[in-house]
Design a protein around this ligand. Sequence first.
Ligand SMILES: [Zn+2]
Length: 213
Amino acid sequence: MTAISHHVPDGMIAAYAAGTLGYPFELVVAAHVSMCDECRALLAAHEAAGGVVLEVAAAAPVSGDLKARTLAALDRPVRAEPRPVHRRSGIYPGPVAAALGAAGPRWQTMGGGVRQCILHEGTAGSVRLLSIPPEQAVPEHSHGGTELTLVLQGSFDDETGRFGVGDLEVADGSLEHTPVAGAGMPCICLAATDAPLRFRAWLPRLVQRYFRI
Ligand SMILES: [Zn+2]
């Protein structure tokens, strides 16, 4: 694997460590951290810092009731899945393989050879796999919120640079971009948004309504 050059922003790692990200972003961060030593070290540092805060809180003189409740809270699992894991299934990092289940992805054709597999949709946004044929462009779009795109196979280029396997693009509402898949093989990405994408052309907008993206 080539070196990863686009990482999870520090603030997002901190939010992940604190368990405050919604599931779609949490899954993408867990998948990237599973693939990236640098972000794994950063996450460990954040989690250690969080542990220190909890130790200080536990050492402070508090009422017996508060102490009991704090200890009870510490007893519970800190956070539900997804957690970073090294285990992989083909191109899919552990957290994605777990979300897919034993059956693997159920692809839905979107036209032009583009396929998607929706993993989750909810109030915190959506997360899906996208497969883009080699050298094909995704329609130009901007974002109402934030879009995270993690490359699992192949690569894509857009106005901001090149993204290969393991690279994470963080696009906010100010970015209008036209990602183009690299040559040789389909680009498969894990993409999460906290708001619907906004396509500029009318045909993608129709497709968007139909395919709920
Ligand atoms: Zn990283």
